[in-house]
Each structure stands twice: as C-alpha cells, then as structure tokens.
Design a protein around this ligand. Structure first.
Ligand SMILES: [Fe+2]
Length: 287
C-alpha cells in the first residue's frame, strides 16, 4: 500500500512534520508536529500547526493518530493543540518512561509529573501494529539518538525520525542523555533491512555540502549506497568512532530546555504557578 505523504517543513528548527493519508479513504496520521516557540520572548505560536490543520480540514481528512518519533530536543510538539482541533490519539514509544525519569530529575519535577507515560494515549512497543484507515502501520524501536526513538512504517513509507538523515548529511547525534552511537548503528541496520524501494522520510534536514535545497525523502536503496556516515556497509566500529568524535563538537540545540520540559509531557505546558502563569525552568550547569 502506498500512502499519500505531505511534508510540512519548519525552517526555524529544520523539522519536517508529515501528514500520512490513506489513499483509499479519509483517514490520516500526523507525525512530529511543531509548536512555534520564540525563546527570547517565551511566546508560542501555532502558525506551523495551523498549516497542517488547514490541510486536514480543506481535504476533509479524519485524524486518527498524532505520532511522535521521540521526545524532541529542538522543537516543541503541537500534539495537544492538534488533538484539540482535529481529534486523534497521541502515540509515542513506551521507553518514554525512561526519558521522563531522566528529565524529571534534571528539571527537579515534583510528584505532579507522572513518569509512567500516562500523558500519552498510546505507548508503542517494538513490533506493535496500528491502523490508519485501511493502512497498517508497524512500529520499530530504533534507539540511539534517544533511548525511546521509534520508526513508524506505514505501507511503503518509513518515518525514521532522528536516525538517518538524507544520505548526503548522514545520521543523527547520539550524545543526549541515554543516547548511544552503537545502538543507533544497530537501529539503522534494522531500517536498512526493509525492502530497497521503501520510501524513507527523515525528521530533519539541514541541507548539505553541495546541496542548496532542503530535502527529506529518500529510499532504503539510496541510503545503503550513499549515506555518508553508514552507507556501503560501514562497520559499527568505524561508525561509533566517527559519530562520537563528531558529537563532541556539537552545541546543544537552541530550544533543548523548553522542548524537553514540554515534550516529556506529551506537548503540554507544566502546570500553572499560583498566580496562574506558566513557567519553564532553566537549570543552570545541568546539561
Ligand atoms: Fe531529535
């Protein structure tokens, strides 16, 4: 089955959100949405999410799923806003509980912050299946970038989140808490064992040397042949050495602190302070 895939690119955070549509019906799923956030002013904006909502409504689609490939560290999720406007269930990998444990500590959250994944409607395990209309989706646990990363395979399309990027850019960083370049290598091998013609939709694009346009769609065959970090049968030792050396040079993403606090709550803001306002924390010397 070949789902119809519409990409929405957010140039502020280089994130690609996807709308996946059953070609024979009106069912759809939304993967990795963005709530715009201006760090300097602390203001949110729904411009990116409204674009997706506009598309869903003008095509009379029915939203069954709002999926997260993982707890993003570079943008806030718009999942609760989309759910309020469009319905659908919010799903993420079941290892989210490990992420909630780690970041619950880092942000010194109280007992109001449940570390059991209950903020989400569905927690997927490796090998789980789901449906979008008549289309079957399969869930692969693909840790490495984070321990809870999932790949969603729907028909001939794999939504790989932050595992592989475009072949000329390579792979995702593995230096966040709980990340592992060895795990990422093994996860990528699982993705590359899908049929060669499988369409791969990546979670971010940053352009690449010699490429001046953003891109987000490739195939398993192209990745195996051309991925600059892992293609042509690169060994795990070679990959881990390259990835770890490169990660040691990377700065933290601009929105990591707000993103984690919101995304570990399934995109909800923390509870209001006594005065009715919402605050995000900025832990000093913690990351
Ligand atoms: Fe990420």
């Amino acid at each position: 089955m070949t789902p119809k895939v519409k990409a929405f690119f957010d140039a502020e955070t280089f994130t690609v959100s996807y709308l996946v549509q059953d070609p024979e019906g009106d069912a759809c799923a939304i993967i990795d949405s963005v709530l715009d956030f201006d760090h300097a002013s602390g203001r949110t904006n729904t411009r990116s999410a409204d674009e997706i909502i506009g598309y869903v409504q003008s095509n009379s689609l029915r939203t069954e799923w709002i999926l997260e490939s993982h707890v993003h560290a570079d943008h806030l999720s718009a999942a609760p806003y989309l759910q309020q406007k469009l319905g659908g269930k919010i799903g993420i990998g079941d290892q989210i509980v490990a992420i909630q444990e780690t970041f619950g500590k880092i942000f010194n959250e109280g007992t109001e912050f449940q570390r059991d994944g209950s903020q989400f409607d569905a927690l997927f395990r490796d090998g789980d299946g789901f449906h979008v209309g008549q289309m079957r989706g399969d869930v692969l646990h693909t840790p490495g970038h984070t321990p809870a990363c999932m790949t969603y395979v729907i028909g001939d399309a794999a939504f790989v989140g932050d595992t592989l990027f475009m072949p000329d850019f390579g792979t995702a960083r593995c230096d966040f808490p709980g990340g592992s370049s060895g795990d990422l290598y093994n996860s990528i091998q699982r993705i590359l064992s899908l049929p060669d013609a499988t369409r791969i939709f990546v979670g971010h694009d940053y352009k690449a040397p010699g490429r001046d346009e953003f891109a987000w769609e490739t195939t398993v065959e192209e990745q195996k042949a051309l991925n600059v970090h892992i293609g042509q049968g690169r060994s795990i030792e070679e990959f881990v050495e390259m990835r770890d050396a490169r990660d040691a040079t990377l700065a933290m993403p601009r929105l990591i602190l707000p993103s984690l606090q919101v995304n570990m709550r399934a995109g909800q803001m923390p509870p209001e302070d006594e005065n009715g306002d919402v605050f995000l924390k900025l832990p000093v010397n913690k990351l």
